[in-house]
Design a protein around this ligand. Sequence first.
Ligand SMILES: [Mn+2]
Length: 348
Amino acid sequence: MKLTFRWFGENDAVPIKYIAQIPGIYGVVTALYGIPAGEIWPLDAISKLKGAAESHGLAAEVIESVPVHEDIKLGLPSRDRYIKNYIETLKNLGAAGFKCVCYNFMPVFDWVRTDLKLKNADGSTSLAYREEEIRKLDKNSLSLPGWDESYTKEELSGLLESYNAVTPRKLFENLVYFLEALMPALEETGINMAIHPDDPPWEIFGLPRIISAEDGLDKLFAAVPSKHNGLAFCTGSLGAKRANDLPRLAKKYAEAGRIHFAHLRNIAYDGDLSFRETAHNSASGSLDMFVIVSALVRGGFSGYVRPDHGRNIFGEEGKPGYGLYDRALGAAYLNGLFEAAEKMVANS
Ligand SMILES: [Mn+2]
């Protein structure tokens, strides 16, 4: 595997020189920020970003994310212009040497939590999701942690309303339309698309969700068979749904060559549809990370991996989920799991 670490560019509170000190680190996962969804990412800015990583000895081959304009998800006539721009962005990313683009096809919110600073017994803080709190919210006047700066209340209710006519089936068709349009550029550049699963993997606020479980993934890979159409295997997102058998899915999609990127983190179930994010190790949460990593390795996975959200620990007050310390501990732990699993598989 290639160990990576998310870096939010020059404005990230985590200096890239610290990321370069993480044992076994291969590269960063990054993006250009401040460009509105649907606009073209200029080649010079992309090259500058890549150069910043490389000057610290870090590869920059994975983008997370190139956002998909809502009109593409809604299937509006204006989508073709935004898809054309997306293709230009892919070509620029390919020209700069990027190999993988993580994206998602979730309407409006690409993640939802009810708490960004849940205090744990040890004094650390975590992101958490409580279904009962989501159900109490007024859909017409939503205020969600982490989202209040992205939309005004009016924009949000307008956007939510525009999805009333979009069934899960329609959303799926719009995703297939999008991927098929990208395919010539993906063939040309060699870039792999890695769709991030729904987070959380169930319907919220009546919005359609299509990449929450095995059935949606199977359907997607059947509809667009090219291997450029792949998955970002996010254990914390897929794992929030207890029915998702992560070791089986990890092995199945790794064997099928569909896992281009893996987000590895742990969560603890707090009731049926509620969870909190924990430290990465198995004992701290509900997911058996060793069994999942072993399944990836047995499936032949050798792609990009990153520790996903961490807690805020050691007094750090970092961006929720994206402080340095707990993710660095997660990276060290993942190194150990992969080394053990790879040597066990090689010797078996
Ligand atoms: Mn993830």
